[in-house]
Design a protein around this ligand. Structure first.
Ligand code: KPL
Length: 310
């Protein structure tokens, strides 16, 4: 039996736990304990009940356990490093980690700091939580895994096979860096605007927002070029990035983006992990980033208005 620990019992963490449980020994780890009996609603609308092994970090510290073959970190980007630190004393420093965060903040930092293998995953699987014991797998997607330094191709392949067998179609890739930046580019064009204006993704194509989306993509496309990230779908420059963004806006028209959900729930957003690396790279390459900076500042003000009122 292979042991998988999943640190961060959010929607993706729980989807992973439900999917892997028939194949592996799974432990879901959070700051508080969850009900053992959990349900998964499949994209086809079936509800499946499962007993998941859910523990807190304190439980892990109290008893010795089998060493995990993989530790998946499925927290939000800004919580990933602290989450890893919270369990670092109970795992071997050679344990393979799998980072599932958005943006490009946690991945390079943890890759540099952790002595063992660090794989990064990016997924378009759609999932959301309904309660303390329910997760909905809203739509099937594709997952890619790889490591930033091209050192762990075989391990990525092993993980991709396991995840695929678990029902999450996964491919091991040697260009995970580009894929993470591609997702970040799309997130930067959609998430801040919908979060600031409280609108669903589809509304971005209306006259009120389309020009602002284009202005963000213009800055992002130049940063991508400077960072050597190829435009998507074998296209050319800004037009290819814009086409991808409009395609995602259309495909997810009725979605509330994750950043809007965070704002509505008065949680910290992934602003730093998404806009931070873009602004930092624009500064390094001497490129314009006025539009990104305004979005970042407006989001920071919005976040402060509810976080400081707690
Ligand atoms: O990934 C997303 C998110 O919500 O974070 C997008 C692509 C914007 C879809 O909603």
């Amino acid at each position: 039996m292979t042991y998988h620990w999943i640190l961060g019992p959010g929607a993706i963490g729980r989807l992973l736990a439900h999917s892997l449980t028939p194949l592996a020994a799974v432990t879901l780890i959070g700051r508080r304990s969850l009900p053992g009996q959990q349900t998964l609603t499949t994209p086809e609308g079936k509800t499946l009940g499962r007993l998941l092994n859910s523990l807190t970090v304190a439980d892990l510290e109290a008893d010795a356990r089998e060493a995990p073959a993989f530790v998946h970190i499925t927290t939000k980007a800004m919580a990933a490093e602290a989450a890893l630190e919270s369990i670092a004393s109970v795992i071997s420093p050679t344990t393979p980690l799998v980072l599932w965060q958005n943006g490009f903040l946690a991945q390079p930092r943890i890759t540099q700091a952790w002595p063992g293998p660090v794989l990064c995953a990016t997924t378009t699987e759609g999932a959301y939580l309904t309660s303390d014991n329910g997760v909905v797998h809203a739509g099937r997607g594709a997952t890619f895994v790889g490591d930033l330094n091209h050192q762990y191709g075989e391990l990525s392949q092993t993980l991709a096979e396991t995840l695929t067998q678990a029902g999450l179609a996964t491919t091991a890739v040697d260009d995970i860096r580009s894929r993470l930046w591609q997702k970040l580019a799309v997130n930067a064009a959609i998430n801040p605007l919908v979060a600031l204006h409280g609108v669903r993704n589809g509304q971005l194509s209306s006259e009120a927002y389309a020009g602002r989306v284009q202005a963000v993509v213009k800055e992002v496309a130049a940063i991508m070029q400077a960072e050597g990230i190829q435009p998507p779908n074998d296209g050319q420059g800004e037009a290819a990035w814009l086409a991808l963004v409009w395609q995602v806006v259309e495909n997810t028209a009725r979605n509330k983006a994750s950043m809007l959900q965070d704002v509505e729930a008065k949680r910290p957003t992934e602003r730093e992990a998404i806009l931070g690396p873009l602004i930092e790279n624009a500064q390094r390459h001497g490129l314009p980033y006025d539009v990104l900076q305004v979005l970042d500042a407006d989001l920071a003000t919005l976040e402060a208005s509810y976080l400081n009122a707690r």
